[in-house]
Ligand binder design. Structure first.
Ligand SMILES: O=C(O)C1=C[C@@H](OP(=O)(O)O)[C@@H](O)[C@H](O)C1
Ligand SMILES: C=C(OP(=O)(O)O)C(=O)O
Length: 456
């Protein structure tokens, strides 16, 4: 059995909500009645980890209200702390742990090794920060992290004058030799494997001596909303990002403003619960849904409609209702053909939904999710087909044909979204056992507690 490596460095924000792990795996509960759940969710991983980096590079202290406390955010805090950033926990208002005051270092210092775990945001956002520090910083991570592409970061930093040691494979581990300054200037990188290459460079770019004029040289650029999120977070701290052409971003050197910021709930982590409403029947309401956001999870409102859901908004609540039961007695979920290149992180949970539709679905534009926590296209096909499903891998996507499913082991591959996908399947199929539900601590340590709350 594969169990994700995790020990919180100095915090224990989870209390008794730590996810259940054990040799026997987690027996996914079956929904015995239609759902009628109201839930609140912890903060967004993508917003928390951007704001942590920007706060650490800012011109004064910032407070993050209702940040995410999870493995990925702990790793980001710990990495920034090792470079000299100071953190103070202050009593929280969000219901999921403390708020956090971030006090930038007078001078960033390297001579350390940073553990990136399996966090894409840590491995792609922190090397440019380490380049601004004085002294060498080695970046390492989980075994699975060695398979995640880092070429855009390695070549990108070299291209703006940073000295870096690596073994030529274009992955972790590697060492950034920081000299306390980065020249910056014009740079072209291929970000078709991950938008995080672009986001990571943009976040530190205002501190580069010549700023940054960055061009994406590859054919495709995935996860555009995440780049928009980076640009928006910079703008709110007084940094203008010019976009003179598609795939080109320009940032002038200058200060990053200190700022107190409210972190929105993680809308991508709303996906398993909202999809759960369609699979189990009934409805699920998420409160704290922002009216205006850069989070890609906001697309769930439209995406789930494509599968037949009815979606209501009432003030800050979003409710997803299952479609009416079909004449055949089926769930009434429709199949959908979707280009999900913008929303790769939603794919695993949507594949579970498509498996219960009354017709086939095809998801395309998602070749890059082979480089997420695991090869998600291969993992989704293997796990669903292992339970009797009919999923075919395409070069850049998946075709999902509904088929009767049976129980069995569901492997998470240390991937939080594979784990939650197994939980969704288990809502409707007796005997699904997720081998590593603890992997949900990557972004949602409260997953099992919230899942039980959803089931009433
Ligand atoms: O910048 C971010 O916060 C993220 C960007 C996306 O990465 P990719 O562009 O590698 O898909 C997304 O899938 C990931 O979950 C979070
Ligand atoms: C791809 C994901 O994570 P990461 O930030 O590690 O890339 C994800 O959360 O789906």
């Amino acid at each position: 059995m594969q169990v994700s490596r995790y020990s919180a460095p100095e915090f224990d924000p989870y209390g008794d909500q730590r996810p259940v792990e054990g040799d026997g795996g987690w027996h996914a509960p079956v929904a015995s009645a239609p759902l009628s759940a109201h839930l609140s969710l912890p903060g967004s991983k993508s917003l928390t980890n951007r704001e942590l980096v920007l706060a650490a590079l800012a011109d004064g202290p910032s407070v993050l209200h209702a940040p995410l406390w999870s493995r990925d955010s702990d790793l980001m805090v710990e990495g920034l702390r090792q470079l000299g950033t100071r953190f103070e926990r202050i009593p929280g208002t969000g219901g999921f742990g403390d708020d956090l005051r971030v006090i930038p270092a007078d001078e960033l210092l390297g001579s350390t090794t940073i553990d990136c775990g399996l966090a894409g945001t840590v491995m792609r956002f922190l090397p440019p920060v380490a380049a601004l520090a004085l002294g060498p910083t080695t970046f390492d991570g989980d075994e699975a992290a060695y398979r995640r592409p880092m070429r855009g970061v390695i070549d990108g930093l070299r291209g703006v004058g940073v000295d870096l040691d690596d073994d030529g494979r274009g992955t972790l581990p590697f060492t950034v030799h920081g000299f306390g300054r980065v020249e910056g200037g014009e740079l072209a990188i291929d970000a078709s494997a991950s938008s995080q290459f672009v986001s990571g460079l943009l976040l530190s770019a205002p501190r580069f001596e010549r700023g940054l004029d960055l061009t994406h040289s590859g054919e495709r650029l995935p996860s555009l909303p995440h780049i928009e999120m980076t640009i928006d977070a910079l703008a709110r701290r007084g940094v203008a990002v010019e976009q003179p052409a598609v795939g080109r971003w320009r940032i002038a050197p200058g200060p990053i403003a200190a700022r107190d910021v409210d972190i929105e709930p993680d809308l991508s982590n709303a996906a398993p619960f909202l999809v759960g409403a369609l699979v189990a029947g009934g409805s699920v309401t998420i409160s704290g849904w922002p009216a205006d956001t850069t989070q890609v999870g906001a697309q769930l409102a439209d995406l789930l409609t494509r599968f037949g859901a009815r979606v209501d908004r009432d003030a800050d609540r979003l409710t997803v209702h299952a479609p009416p039961v079909a004449e055949s007695g089926g769930r009434g979920i429709r199949g959908a053909d979707l280009d999900l290149s913008e929303a790769g992180e939603l794919v695993p949970n949507l594949v579970a939904l498509a498996a219960f539709a009354d017709g086939p679905s095809e998801f395309t534009g998602i070749g890059h999710i082979r480089h997420h926590e695991t090869d998600r296209l291969a993992a989704l096909a293997a796990e669903l087909n292992g339970l009797g499903g009919r999923v075919t891998e395409l070069e850049d996507g998946l075709r999902i044909e509904p088929a009767p499913l049976h129980g069995g082991e569901w492997k998470a591959y240390a991937d939080h979204r594979m784990a939650t996908t197994g939980a969704i399947v288990g809502l409707a199929v007796e005997g699904v056992v997720v081998d590593d539900i603890g992997s949900t601590s990557k972004t949602l340590p409260q997953f099992t507690a919230l899942w039980e709350q959803m089931l009433g």
